[in-house]
Design a binder for this molecule. Structure first.
Ligand code: CO
Length: 134
């Protein structure tokens, strides 16, 4: 059911420092910071040949990653995103399998203007999973 790894999202306390680390120390191609007010984050995209890394930093009040950074002040992997062909079919299959879909279970338009859902980390090896309809 799941397809390509779309991205790995890493929450970081200092976006400029993290972008410089990826650009200079790791030699990757990084974007300028992009504010995504609807998602409460500022993102730097790191382009790799086979996937992307998204460096996330809280934007505004009540950012969904603020609590994560309080618990992980040095930063850390926040979620991984897998592509699916049909997000509603994927959701129905997962719910029938007993997995918990976060929120009201309806796909939302994600950071790439595509429908996304998040799955409860306790049901998936301690990893927050985002599904994105490719
Ligand atoms: Co994501």
């Amino acid at each position: 059911m799941i397809g390509k790894l779309n991205h790995v999202a890493i929450a970081v306390p200092d976006l400029r420092a993290a972008a410089a680390l990826y650009a200079n120390t790791l030699g990757a191609t990084v974007s300028e910071p992009v504010d995504q007010p609807a998602h409460g984050v500022t993102v730097v995209f790191v382009d790799l040949p086979n996937t992307k890394i998204e460096l996330l930093h809280p934007l505004g009040e009540g950012s969904p990653i603020a609590g994560f950074l309080e618990r992980n002040p040095a930063g850390g992997i926040h979620h991984i995103c897998y592509e699916v062909d049909d997000i509603v079919a994927a959701r129905d299959h997962l719910k029938a399998s007993g997995a918990r879909v976060l929120g009201d279970g309806e796909p939302k338009i994600g950071a790439h203007d595509k429908p996304v859902l998040f799955l409860h980390p306790k049901d998936f090896c301690g990893t927050l999973i985002e599904l994105e309809q490719a």
